[in-house]
Design a protein around this ligand. Structure first.
Ligand code: GLA
Length: 664
């Protein structure tokens, strides 16, 4: 159904005490503000809306049974009790024609009992129903939409008992956005029904500046999310600078959740949930609730994480520090505590730390650090630290602490290098234990485990009698490959220690690759295996363009009217990593935006070797001829083909045509 032209996007673990401490009371609720009271459509979203939406998983494959089943599960699973309220039907619910009176009508096959009956069903379960239209002549999927029909459509929705409208931007005929969104805002107000108004114009016309005035309770700030880490990170980056525009009844919306969807690992999904909560983003689950693994339900309903999202301490969360792959995000909470997300975007486990000073906490001798995911609590001297795995985040709430019962904050961090080892080679692992508490820990024992096929030798004594507060200790190991399995190698570092009379322990995972270098000769990269690959939308395609969303659905690689038989098709932002192994001489490609975007999209192609940029295409726009890009690879072990989205992912179908490598 989706065509490229309408594609708008188209822990490692902290120290775990063996004894669990008690849980503190929930955090403060959102405080009403003056601004909330005078919202044109009413005080309907004093906290970010929570619920579910059909689009991310089901696209157009929806029907009334799915909506009913989903409503049932929201109740039965405990999601309703956790705060999930709206059951939102996205695009494709409507029949291809309006009725004789000019009203939208539901698709007779998929919604035979009509929307009003569905609203009753949902309301009977203590939930609310959301619906979708576009501020255009047709929806993004080519069905009738509301431009020029605002009054009758708003009234129809109100008559059906609809509680929430997501109003999209496709087929808008070039009518100015403010005019289009104002018309629907006015029409919704005129119905007299309480309807949350969700503006979905992809951040194209800075809706944070006018969304509230036209009646919006939330506004999308970006193009569409997809279930990829690249997408989640790209949307996150686009939130920077918008913090001041968010607040009760007017929320920045970085798009719906992909929690539990298959393109994200559990750790990635948890990082996504942590960040969206910190950003006061609407929490609209986008997974199939009928087939949800327990871990996804836990991520969606964690009471502390949801409490951070629903708390209005006067500011949306924001990025405090950016150290490249590691970032620190914080949000002041209404009770004076501070929520913190430590984010690791890199490929290797990393210990990330931030101080109470940086977090703007009041001076105090001790702080309480609460891991909102595990519910564990520690005493800190002011440093908040976590060993965070690749593509993962740790999330805490921190506040001054006057008690003495909580154990010291201790972090176990495992790191390993180099990132790629050839068969028969060695890697070095380090396990470090940081004591960020205010009292010593004693009897510290270190351990490291590796998979079969690896010899593990400690290079240091594996016990230390004591680590003073504010200090750390480390133990190193050599790992020697003795017929290990090719691919990622996971090692687990751990430590145990004592505080007072109790034993504690902690773990951290780190990984590297056992990889064979690319063989001698000339190869097309699309004929070789990469060791790692990320792409914003859909899988990376060999010898075809990125296409739509599924494997193998791309077209021939075509740039500026020329078709190429070989190459790689990705969607920016993207990184493909190869282990060259030091004996390759040159890599080359003809790069460009695929013609399937019909002249849209813009990206920058880069070749990186061992972490250094070797070549860049500069900005390449849709419709332009292919740009030759090449780099000398002498001595390069790790080759990365990166495509940057230039701040906007729309239509970035990027081709590495004729991508070739020569190795000796
Ligand atoms: C646009 C929106 C998406 C979704 C689709 C439906 O792309 O941004 O969230 O509603 O349309 O067609």
């Amino acid at each position: 159904m989706r065509t490229p032209a309408v594609l708008v996007a188209s822990l490692a673990v902290l120290a775990a005490p063996l004894i669990l401490t008690s849980l503190p009371a929930a955090h403060g609720a959102a405080a009403p503000t003056e601004a909330a009271a005078d919202h044109p459509l009413g005080d309907l979203a004093p906290t970010p809306p929570m619920g579910w939406n059909s689009w991310n998983t089901f696209g157009c494959d929806i029907n009334e049974q799915l909506i009913r089943d989903t409503a049932d599960i929201i109740v039965e699973s405990g999601m309703r009790d956790a705060g999930y309220e709206y059951v939102n039907i996205d695009d494709c619910w409507m029949a291809p024609e309006r009725d004789a009176e000019g009203r939208l009508q539901p698709d007779p096959v998929d919604f035979p009992n009509g929307i009003a009956a569905l609203a009753d069903y949902v309301h009977a379960r203590g939930l609310k129903l959301g619906i979708y239209s576009s501020a255009g002549t047709e929806t993004c999927q080519g069905l009738p939409a509301s431009l020029g029909h605002e009054q009758i459509d708003a009234q129809t929705f109100a008559d059906w008992g609809v509680d929430y409208l997501k109003y999209d931007n496709c087929n808008n005929q070039g009518v100015p956005a403010i005019e289009r969104y104002q018309a629907m805002g006015d029409a919704l107000a005129a119905t007299g029904r309480d309807i949350v108004y969700s503006i979905c114009e992809w951040g194209t016309n800075d809706p944070w500046l006018w969304g509230r005035d036209v009646g919006g309770h939330l506004w999308r700030t970006t193009g569409d999310i997809t279930d990829s880490w690249e997408s989640v990170m790209s949307l996150l980056d686009q939130q920077v600078g918008l913090e001041a525009y968010s607040g009760p009844n007017g929320w920045n919306d970085p798009d719906m959740l992909e929690v539990g969807n298959e393109g994200l690992t559990r750790a990635e999904s948890r990082a996504h949930m942590s960040l969206w909560s910190l950003l006061n983003s609407p929490l609209l689950a986008g997974n199939d609730l009928r087939a949800m693994p327990t871990w996804a339900l836990r991520q969606l309903t964690d009471a502390d994480v949801v409490a951070v999202n629903q708390d209005w301490g006067g500011e949306q969360g924001s990025k405090l520090r950016d150290d490249g792959d590691s970032e620190v995000w914080t949000k002041p909470m209404s009770d004076g505590s501070v929520a913190v997300v430590l984010l690791n975007r890199g490929a290797a486990t990393d210990a990330i730390a931030v101080t109470a000073d940086e977090l703007d906490l009041p001076q105090a001798a001790r702080f309480k650090v609460r891991d909102v995911w595990s519910d564990q609590e520690w005493t800190s001297d002011g440093t908040v630290r976590a060993s965070v795995g690749s593509h993962a985040a740790a999330m805490y709430v921190v506040e001054p602490y006057h008690g003495t019962a909580l154990p010291p904050l201790v972090t176990v961090d495992a790191e390993v290098s180099p990132a790629y080892v050839e068969p028969g080679g060695d890697a070095q692992a380090t396990v470090r234990v940081y004591n960020d508490g205010t009292q010593p820990i004693t009897a510290v024992r270190f351990a490291l485990s590796a998979p079969e096929g690896w010899q593990v030798t400690a290079d240091d004594p594996t016990q230390v009698p004591r680590i003073q507060p504010g200090r750390s200790a480390r133990v190193r190991w050599t790992l020697h490959d003795d017929a290990g399995e090719l691919g990622p190698v996971e090692v687990a570092g751990s430590a145990s220690w004592r505080w007072r009379r109790t034993g504690y322990d902690g773990r951290s995972a780190a990984s590297f690759y056992l990889a064979t270098p690319i063989e001698a000769g000339e190869h097309y990269l699309s004929d070789l295996d990469w060791v790692d690959a990320d792409s914003y939308w859909g899988p990376i395609e060999r010898d075809m363009s990125n296409g739509e969303q599924d494997p193998g659905d791309g077209g021939p690689i075509t740039i500026g009217g020329t078709t190429y038989e070989k190459g790689l098709g990705v969607h920016a932002p993207s990184t493909i990593t190869y282990f060259a192994g030091g004996d390759c001489t040159e890599v080359s490609a003809l790069v460009g935006i695929d013609d399937e975007t019909e002249g849209q999209g813009e990206a920058t192609f880069e070749i990186w070797g061992d972490g250094e940029q070797l070549a860049s295409s500069g900005t390449v726009v849709g419709g332009a001829a292919a740009v030759p890009l090449a780099a000398d690879l002498a001595g390069v072990d790790v080759l990365e083909l990166r495509v940057l989205d230039n701040g906007n992912t729309n239509h970035d179908h990027a081709d590495w045509a004729e991508a070739q490598i020569s190795c000796a």
